[in-house]
Design a protein around this ligand. Structure first.
Ligand code: NAD
Ligand code: LMR
Length: 325
């Protein structure tokens, strides 16, 4: 059996945490033979609820869980952590945009970026889930000077999975037979779920579906799904978000075997996206490292969508300039 890895989860007593921790503990995130030490962070008012979550984790008797640490000190939660899920932050309520959360949530990622820099393992991988996740990842990354930018990512896997879900529903083909979807940009209504290279049971999605649908109702459904869930459930998506966070880290840790997935990562300048912006691209992952797919055919519609997302993210970056280390 490999040595245990240290997995930190912030907001561990929250709704996403409650679903995510059982994925990690059961082995579905890092592999069925990978032991984990869980390092769980909450703010002081959340510590009593976290104590209950820890009781339930212990009551699940997971063979892979070697230890559980519950704390309200980020330096303890991130100590030697190899994998970090930054979830803890406020969700939006009906009528808000995700970007409206930056004033409340942005400052959290200053302190946590610094604590990760001080305490985490050199090989740490960080995924930011808390919204607005692209810009919060930028803030955390900018405040961690020793850790390479590439080690900070944000989650657009939920948008990627939502796109597959919609293609599956429309075609009746199982999600496992749908490939090559790419989500570009910001985890916001401007995101572009690109099906130009997607296949559905081996058939090109652009042959299988009308372009008007792919650029119209499909795109709108994926891009505004978070809002639709808040309106229907009275609460932000949680189980699907936890599932996507688990998928994101599983693929980063174990690789994708050549499959394309979507991750928001620091831009290397690809596709004209300014270097350093945390932008969702199609990536493949091998040996624990993701690579932005090169030479993805980008038509005029995609170029316009990419430009829209760059503009939105540059606007968010300007709005948080004083938090960027
Ligand atoms: P929640 O309110 O149920 O839980 C959040 C938890 O975080 C609470 O227990 C709270 O005490 C804790 N917390 C707050 N500040 C903290 C801090 N500084 N350090 C540690 N913990 C802290 O919310 P949730 O439903 O779990 O959602 C969490 C975040 O994830 C929200 O910002 C939400 O918008 C976002 N989200 C993102 C995606 C995505 O696709 N990227 C999807 C769903 C939700
Ligand atoms: C989602 O996409 O479900 C989350 O980002 C929550 C939200 O505010 O939409």
């Amino acid at each position: 059996m490999p040595a245990p890895i240290r997995v930190a989860v912030t907001g561990a007593a929250g709704n996403i945490g409650y679903a995510l921790l059982w994925r990690i503990a059961s082995g579905s995130t890092f592999g069925a033979d990978q032991p984990v030490i869980l390092q769980l962070l909450e703010i002081p008012p959340g510590m009593e609820k976290l104590a209950g979550v820890v009781m339930e984790l212990r009551d699940s008797a997971f063979p892979l869980v070697h230890d559980i640490i519950a704390t309200d000190d980020p330096n303890v939660a991130f100590k030697d952590a190899n994998q970090i899920f930054l979830v803890g932050s406020r969700p939006r309520s009906a009528g808000m945009d995700r970007a409206d959360l930056v004033a409340a949530n942005g400052p959290i990622f200053v302190g946590q970026g610094k604590a990760i820099d001080n305490s985490a393992a050199d090989d740490v991988r960080v995924v930011v889930v808390g919204n607005p996740c692209n810009t919060n990842a930028l803030i955390a990354c900018a405040n961690a000077h020793k850790i390479a930018d590439e080690q900070f990512t944000a989650m657009t896997r939920l948008d990627h999975n939502r796109a597959i879900g919609q293609l599956s529903k429309k075609s009746g083909v199982a999600a496992s037979k749908i490939d090559g979807v790419a989500v570009w940009g910001n985890h916001a209504d401007t995101m572009y779920a690109d099906c130009t290279q997607a296949t559905v049971d081996g058939k090109s999605a652009t042959d299988a579906f009308e372009q008007d649908w792919l650029r119209g109702d499909f795109l709108k459904t994926v891009a505004t799904r978070g809002k639709a869930i808040i309106n229907a459930r009275g609460a932000s998506s949680a189980a699907s978000a936890a599932s996507a966070a688990s998928d994101h880290m599983r693929d980063w840790f174990l690789g994708t075997n050549g499959r394309v997935v979507s991750m928001a990562v620091p831009s290397n300048g690809a596709y004209g996206v300014p270097k350093g912006l945390i932008f969702s691209f199609p990536v493949t992952i091998a040996d624990g490292k993701y690579t932005i797919v090169e030479d993805w055919p980008v038509d005029d519609f995609a170029k316009q969508k990419i430009a829209q997302n760059v503009e939105a993210l540059e606007g968010e970056r300007t709005a948080v300039a004083e938090l960027l280390g």
